[in-house]
Design a protein around this ligand. Sequence first.
Ligand SMILES: C[S@@+](CC[C@H](N)C(=O)[O-])C[C@H]1O[C@@H](n2cnc3c(N)ncnc32)[C@H](O)[C@@H]1O
Ligand code: SF4
Length: 360
Amino acid sequence: MMGIYVHIPFCDSKCAYCAFASFVVSNQIKREYFDHLQAEIATSHENDKVDSIYFGGGTPSSVDSEFIVSTLKLIKEKFDVTKDAEITIECNPCSTTKQKLEAYKKAGFNRISFGVQSLDDDALSLIGRRHTSAQAMQAIALAREVGFENISADLLLSLPQGDVTSDAQKLIESGVKHISAYMIQIEDGTPLKRKVESGEIKLKDEDQTVDDYQKLTSFLQKNGLNRYEISNFAYSGSESRHNSHYWTGEKYLGFGLGVHSFDGKFIRQANACNFADYYAGKKTCESLSPKERDEEIIMLGLRCKYGFDLKKLSFDLASQPEFNKLLKQNVLNLQGTKVTLNPDFYPVSNSVIINLTKNF
Ligand SMILES: C[S@@+](CC[C@H](N)C(=O)[O-])C[C@H]1O[C@@H](n2cnc3c(N)ncnc32)[C@H](O)[C@@H]1O
Ligand code: SF4
């Protein structure tokens, strides 16, 4: 099985915290991009079955739905897409309309991921979001009305206003089945970084953020949403297949500006990050060394409930003293050859991973 990721690098405006490859451009430039994107898809060759397609960005809902619909149609013609494939589109509430949602549904999308971030209007305006909390709730209600059952919402941790747990409560009451909660990253070159450095914005500190995260986790777990990765929670059966493919190191193909593809073994290809080079077909290709691949398997596996299989590594981790120490301390669990991180240690997963991989 294989996943497909399609990058739509456009937004209606830039949020203060975001450093993703996304641009505010004219419809003419969007049209040109989709011509190249569709040419890239039309000339690719892969025989593997596809059970997950993800249109991300940027903001796929910010472009004319015809661009999205024709691109998905082409993917379905070119690839062996399974009947039950998960087909997701990322939407921003401010560009979500009934007409677009109906077009997505008709085209075969069966999962929507909304960038909600917060349901506190002061927090939303502080981080430069163009929508209110009411608009976010309206977009979710509209998606349900159109027939989408599998809806996810992104929330941000560390915002100075609002309460992420009460936001999550409202979201699950509105029918959301999956929540991603990311700690806000202060990215170089963003207005948020400048404002944090000048003292104009004061985000919550690490202790407060961890506290919010723990409260959110226990609230969601009590309400039946399992934490299947550090930042991702879902009812059983609503876990994102797209995410799970990535964390378990399976093969995926990326189309669009700056995307990566991975053969599921050692070869990773990256498309160029600027439009001119992407349109000229420039790519870079790297072959991961066995050590790099081992590190990646451990890092991705320990951040989610799937863990990793000792047999996938190129060396005998089970004979390493640090590994056995972490097993004795119940930081790691071992079942057969499958290793998982005890979820109590998710907030410190980075230091566990560093300890485990430092002597490779
Ligand atoms: C491509 S965006 C989602 C769709 C749409 N563009 C939107 O924002 O509504 C993916 C997610 O990345 C997260 N994100 C972007 N920049 C981030 C940052 N600096 N720190 C943490 N999360 C970030 C946000 O939660 C956002 O919802
Ligand atoms: S968070 Fe989403 S809408 Fe905001 S700039 Fe980034 S990709 Fe665009």
